[in-house]
Design a binder for this molecule. Sequence first.
Ligand code: DGJ
Length: 514
Amino acid sequence: MKKELPEIRELNGIPTLYVDGKPFFALGGELHNSSVSSNDYMDKNVWPNLLGLNMNTVVAPVYWEMLEKEEGVFDFSIVEHLLKRAREYDMHVVILWFGLWKNSESNYIPGWMKRDRERYYVVRKDTGEPLNIISALCEEAVEKDAYAFSQLMKYLREEDGDESTVIAMQIENEIGILGSARDYGKRANELFEAAVPADMAQRFNVSGTWKEAFGADAEEYFMAYHYASAIEKITAAGREEYPIPCYANVWLRQFPWYAGSYPSGGPVREVHDIWKLKAPSLFTIGPDIYVAYAPFVMDEYHYEGNPLFIPEIRKDASSASYCLYAFGQHNALCFSPFGIEDLKADKESMPGPDPSVLAELNIDPAAFDTTGTDIYLSQAYGFMNDIMPLYLQYRGTDHFKCYLKKAETERGEYFRFEKFDLLVSYFRPQPHKPAPAGFIFELAPDRFLICGMMSRIKFFAKEGGGKKAGFINIEEGSFVNGQWTPGRIMNGDERMDVSFGGDIRCFMAELGEY
Ligand code: DGJ
């Protein structure tokens, strides 16, 4: 029976990913770059490591160089294997299209393209030095990529259209120019010195050349315009074959802040207006978050017109807390730490990532410290699965709140509900433990469900009524298939200190006044 295709629909006004006609929240993990290139490697080192993490989605690259080794001849065997195993392991897949650009560079283009630099020309710096990046202005290269991507989408329509194993596609990976604010090749120079295109002139109410119109930002805006245009061509060609949700991801603008220190022209928040104008086939821009201030990035990248889809995030123990924040605060569609196969890998035999590589990628080494993550992340994913019916019912209402210690200086949060208030105090940070985080459901004015980590809660009656808040009953428990299943009743000493450690816990509290 033909299923409904994955798509983004509004549910209670919130953009939501629907799979098989039902809301779906991707509790994911992204694989290391090279894993999918060997079916054997996947079978030995990846699939078994994903068991027990409570994931429902694997975020996995496929490589243009392997799919079209010979020009015009396609081989989808790695995709076939990926789909087969994903179904066996009961997982959905987000496919990353490693085509023309991956982390700015063009390492995944087929050999026949690499060998013909005349035709498929690269970016030049202002010094004339070539960079290993196919120019976004090289129309022939973009057309070849669009064709290859459309063939992949056609394959997916034929092989997966009835199954919806694949739920979304990422177009390229962290694109933009690393090492220069813009392309200084011949064609790029001509266009940069010409008048800004009419759509830009109209959208931003400017005139003249790029420099005249945009001053110090001209180089980056120019690249954003041309990258977004190229991505639109590729995405539209693919969606014509198989219209499932497509997005682009971004290497964040971060220290040292200047365009070219992060990929210039890539979809950083500052150039979203240009990206939204030129690449309307993308449903969102997803941030890759390795910085220490991860929650603030979520705050920045989730806005109306840009639902939060996180294809890559840190994989330290705090990822469990960030998961709650992504879904609880920002109605995320996908949450996915990077290099997920490492979480259950034998740590003794696995050397940590080389610091020089992380420096090159501008990644905080702490982001890759996986101590404890398998336990806490699988708990967070298990919790999300269990709480899903309630989450869907309460998400976006005033009766649902999420908390997270976002910065060193934050000590807690005070929530005002209809009849009672609630103070959440955060525990001090502890190495290899999640950050304080949790969900609060006001099920009735005097009934609360609180689920959290690394925090303590205390209820208050409203001031002015001359009364105090007290528990009629407080019990711990958990959700099993969406049903509250009580554990201990905590009306003794335990009621005086209702707190959560590193392991996520839930309390059901019925309150009264005296
Ligand atoms: C971000 C990229 O998008 C990933 O493919 C990977 O390179 C990670 N950085 C870090 O290894």
